[in-house]
Design a protein around this ligand. Structure first.
Ligand code: FAD
Length: 618
């Protein structure tokens, strides 16, 4: 077979065939070489007909429905994903109607996303005699994520974008796979107070959570030329070595200006850090992407924690069903609760029974909705242009992506370089950071911080107490429930108020950050760099710069990383779950997703969602 963009390569064909054969085994079928449906790909004795992107037909093998997505050429992981998931979906383990389920399950997990599938994989592997059901709102599909070819950048203008499909947000996100710094996780423990974790011995500080990070992703880098060319560095010890796990890698491609940027940041006094994945991330880092090291295809929870581990007899999946609420018919002390689900196709409702436990993993915006009926949840709170412009370049880039191994700009996902700058470092740009810290402290001492909360929450003791303890690090928003809505989990159930900029310190920090970034460096000067904004007059004037920042930011649109809506904090600090992730006061109900973070991180969040998923203890 040729290496043209439309064609799967010889190397992969054999791997691909093995994977297909494995999936076809239960049906007594096997895959053979030939041409199918206009693409020079594969055919099978069982007549596997791949679907073109424009031709969304369902295909059947031995009477079972298979779902395929075949964009130009067969991208190995994409085919594998579609096929693997499709085959599993039609086997015994993925269901689309409650009539296909067991009478009950030991564990019911609500939400087949980043954390939820991690938990399902772990629990079903650790306890083969216990049954696990995942209830997922969406389908098994491949939706083009933000940086999947042939997409060219951000696509969503939703106020709260999220992935509602198997794999959750990990199946659509920007693949920027960084972790927080050790300080981020250490503050989780600090904000909860010294007594919170005492009895359980479960530690959520960096030392406690780091082993879960290590085990949750496998790092591979193949392209030695790129390593040399860009000076990639990493710590292998920060990752595991499990080919079925979530894959992290560094791409073979960087835009030409990367070296210039790094040089300029060094001139600004920042140091290169070998790998920011081990908690030390003060400086310039190469950040991995959550993608396959050879094909550069997205690696996500739906692949690592579902497709790669199926078939597994005790691990079932109910698709296209929305968990509406959890019900305690005899009160919250008598669990596990019943899970009420709605079939999204025929709009019928059913109750599902768990024998051991219900685990909510519907994400930081949806978990609170489900919790609403179970516990008193009144105040769940939270805090290449070129590709686009040049059609030829875009086409070439897509063709490169489908080479084996994958090459070119599309392997870069969201980019792989970041600088993490500490607040004291920002002081070098003229910000009196100590003033900021003392202003926050003062607002706590004189109680004026209460004004930054919504009016009706200012007398809620637990919320005020929680906010007080969080404030030394951050400002936070709220997610509340519209009690007059029907409670079907539609977006109208949520009243989101990001509270961004409510605390004036927010603007000061943004301003300092901007001032820091517009520092003149010899490297940029030598290149004759032209400043686009804000302009010298504005940059020099504190108040003008503050206005520039305010006008330029969108405090009403999240950056797609919501968290902290059912925080792991004591009840008297507005918390919802303990260090064992059990909901305070409710029996056999846990939350295992990013809702439980007590404080937002200085990083993207998917790696933490995987780590949280691995932290479940009996
Ligand atoms: C557009 C976008 C870009 C992002 N970019 C990055 C990035 O580059 N790097 C990074 O690290 N992070 C990124 N993130 C954030 C990161 O992916 C998420 O924070 C993380 O994956 C969330 O994990 P989770 O398990 O908490 O929730 P999710 O992964 O969202 O899982 C929740 C699951 O529950 C399902 N569900 C919801 N409600 C119900 C219900 N009622 N019943 C049944 N099922 C339900 C959903 O369909 C979903 O599958 C991005 C997110 C988005 C949306």
């Amino acid at each position: 077979m040729s290496k043209a963009a439309n064609v799967i390569t010889d190397t992969y064909f054999s791997v691909f065939k093995q994977a297909f054969d494995k999936q076809l085994e239960p049906f007594g079928k096997s895959v053979m070489d030939t041409t199918v449906d206009g693409y020079n790909l594969v055919e099978s004795k069982a007549k596997v007909v791949f679907r073109r992107k424009t031709d969304r037909k369902e295909n059947t093998i031995a009477g079972k429905v298979f779902h395929f997505r075949m964009s130009k050429g067969c991208h190995f992981n994409d085919c594998f994903l579609s096929f693997g998931l499709g085959a599993s979906a039609t086997g015994d383990n993925a269901k689309r109607h409650v009539s296909e389920l067991n009478n009950n399950y030991d564990f019911i997990i609500v939400g087949g996303g980043t954390s939820g599938l991690t938990v399902a994989n772990r629990v079903s592997a650790a306890f083969p005699s216990k049954s696990v059901l995942v209830v997922e709102f969406g389908e098994i599909v491949h939706i083009e994520g933000q940086f999947d070819p042939p997409s060219t950048g951000r696509k969503t203008d939703s106020r709260a974008p999220s992935g509602q499909l198997l794999g959750g947000c990990s199946a659509v996100n920007g693949q920027f796979f960084d972790r927080g710094s050790k300080h981020d996780y250490d503050t989780w423990t600090e904000v909860a107070g010294p007594d919170f974790a005492k009895k359980s011995g479960i530690k959520w500080d960096w030392k406690g959570i780091y082993p879960s990070f290590k085990k949750s992703a496998t790092f591979t880098t193949l392209d030695r030329a790129a390593t040399k060319q860009y000076g990639y560095t990493w710590h292998h010890s920060a990752y595991s070595n499990d080919p079925k796990s979530v894959q992290a890698t560094l791409p073979p491609f960087q835009w030409a200006d990367i070296g210039v940027k790094i040089k300029a940041f060094k001139e600004m006094g920042l140091k290169a850090v070998k790998d920011c994945a081990n908690g030390e991330k003060n400086g310039i880092c190469w950040v991995t992407a959550s993608q396959h090291p050879v094909t550069a295809a997205r690696s996500h929870s739906g692949i690592a924690h579902y497709a790669n581990v199926q078939p597994r007899a005790n691990y079932h999946l109910l698709l296209k069903h929305q968990a509406v609420k959890v019900i305690y018919p005899r009160g919250v002390k008598h669990g596990p609760p019943i899970v009420q689900v709605r079939n999204r196709v025929d709009n019928t409702f059913a109750n599902l029974t768990a024998k051991a436990e219900v685990i909510l993993a519907a994400g930081a915006l949806n978990t609170p909705i489900i919790l609403k009926q179970a516990v008193s949840a009144k105040h769940l709170s939270s805090a290449a242009q070129n590709i686009r412009r040049n059609a030829t370049f875009k086409e070439e880039s897509i063709a490169q992506f489908y080479e084996t191994p994958a090459k070119g700009p599309y392997t870069l996902a969201f980019g792989n370089n970041a600088v993490y700058v500490s607040l004291p470092k920002l002081a070098s740009a003229g910000l009196a950071w100590k003033d900021i810290v003392s202003r926050i402290k003062k607002s706590v001492l004189d109680n004026s911080f209460v004004e930054y909360l919504p009016v009706d929450l200012r007398n809620e003791k637990t919320i005020v107490s929680g906010y007080k303890h969080q404030l030394l690090t951050l400002a936070k928003g709220t997610v509340r429930l519209n009690v007059s809505s029907p409670g079907l989990g539609a977006e109208m159930d949520l009243i989101m108020d990001y509270r961004a900029g409510t605390n004036p310190v927010d603007w000061d920090l943004h301003r300092a950050h901007l001032r820091y970034l517009i520092s003149d460096t010899p490297t940029y000067k030598a290149l004759g760099g032209v400043e686009w904004g804000p302009g010298k007059t504005i940059a020099k004037d504190d108040e003008l710069l503050r206005q520039f920042v305010i006008n330029g930011l969108s405090p009403h649109i999240s950056f797609a990383h919501p968290c902290c809506t059912a925080a792991m904090l004591p009840e008297d600090r507005g918390g919802f779950v303990g260090v064992d992730l059990k909901v305070h006061g409710a029996r056999s109900l846990r939350v295992v997703d990013l809702s439980v973070m007590p404080l937002i991180l200085g990083s993207h969040t998917s790696s933490t969602a995987y780590a949280v998923g691995r932290r479940l203890r009996r």
